[in-house]
Design a protein around this ligand. Structure first.
Ligand SMILES: Nc1ncnc2c1ncn2[C@@H]1O[C@H](COP(=O)(O)OP(=O)(O)OP(=O)(O)O)[C@@H](O)[C@H]1O
Ligand SMILES: [Mg+2]
Length: 281
């Protein structure tokens, strides 16, 4: 159901090694991960796997713990228990920089553009690991994929709209051609048409080229249209998991998304078969 776009392919042409023979199929695996801001977990015992080329949507009500889980995967919060495997490598104790060096990209919910820098400089900051000679070419590719940024390239980030800042944050992460991408509400504040374009074109093409994507979205219908698998987080527990079309049809889904029925105990990880388990047989 994904849409392929030749134009958008420009942005992800160097997703190096993604899906290459001999590479582990799993881009990211969380095994029993708990995380929180102190010693008390906010997300509990989360086990999910994202394969190369797969888009996994993570949805849930406000405060259910989606961003907390994302922060533990990138390493901004320590995992209180469990294991985080990035392309098969245990990175549970690794610093965020080491995870980024291993191909993990993260677009946080509150976008982190550098206010004092212009758009081009922001993109260059995303390329700090790239060889100097490659940076200008990569920026050109990114601008082809995000044409709305072209006329803004020398504008100070402080002078951008919320949606424009979001685009810069996404574009900056794509500078490094990540092989596993964490997107925390990438379309928040964007006009519907642009949001649709990001999800059905940019994100889908990224996945087609072998990148794993964990996508947190409020736009459930749009996210489920591009996702291969979906999970619903309730009170920090994976409450439901399955094919998006099945998840959205589950009785009570709308109430879960509104944060209602939260007194219902989570059924535990066995009720949420991960994508890896699905294809194991
Ligand atoms: N820095 C923090 N320190 C302590 N508690 C926090 C912090 N940030 C978030 N929380 C708490 O953790 C819980 C989960 O928050 P989180 O941001 O992960 O939710 P979310 O699912 O991403 O919600 P939203 O859809 O609103 O973005 C909430 O109860 C929130 O109050
Ligand atoms: Mg959040």
């Amino acid at each position: 159901m994904r849409t392929r776009s030749a134009d958008a392919g420009l942005v992800v042409t160097t997703a190096e090694g993604a899906g290459a023979p001999g590479q582990p199929a799993s881009a990211l695996a969380l095994v029993g991960v708990s995380a929180g801001y102190g010693r008390i977990p906010i997300v509990h015992d989360v086990s999910i796997e994202i394969r190369r080329g797969q888009i996994v949507a993570l949805v849930g009500s406000n405060g259910s713990g989606k961003s907390t889980l994302m922060k533990s995967v990138i390493g901004l919060l320590p995992a209180l228990s469990g294991t985080i495997l990035l392309a098969g490598l245990d990175v549970t104790a690794a610093q965020p920089e080491a995870r980024v060096a291993r191909g993990l990209g993260y677009v946080p919910q509150v976008n982190d553009v550098f206010n004092r820098l212009d758009v081009r400089e922001n993109l260059e900051m995303g390329a700090y690991r790239m060889r100097r000679g490659q940076v200008a070419g990569r920026i050109d590719e990114i601008l082809e994929a995000f044409p709305t940024l072209k006329p803004l390239i020398r504008r100070n980030a402080r002078q951008l709209s919320g949606g424009q800042r979001k685009l810069v944050a996404i574009a900056r992460v794509l500078m490094t051609s990540p092989s596993m991408l964490l997107l925390d509400e990438p379309t928040a504040g964007l006009a519907p048409q642009l949001a649709e374009e990001i999800l059905t074109t940019q994100v889908a093409v990224l996945a087609e080229l072998g990148c794993g994507v964990l996508l947190v979205e409020q736009r459930v219908a749009e996210a489920f249209r591009v996702a291969d698998h979906a999970y619903v987080l309730v009170n920090g527990h994976i409450y439901l998991g399955g094919r998006p079309a099945e998840v959205i049809e589950t009785p009570g889904f709308d109430r879960l998304m509104l944060g209602l029925d939260l007194a219902v105990p989570a059924p535990g990880p066995s009720a949420a078969p991960g994508p890896g388990q699905e294809s194991a047989g």
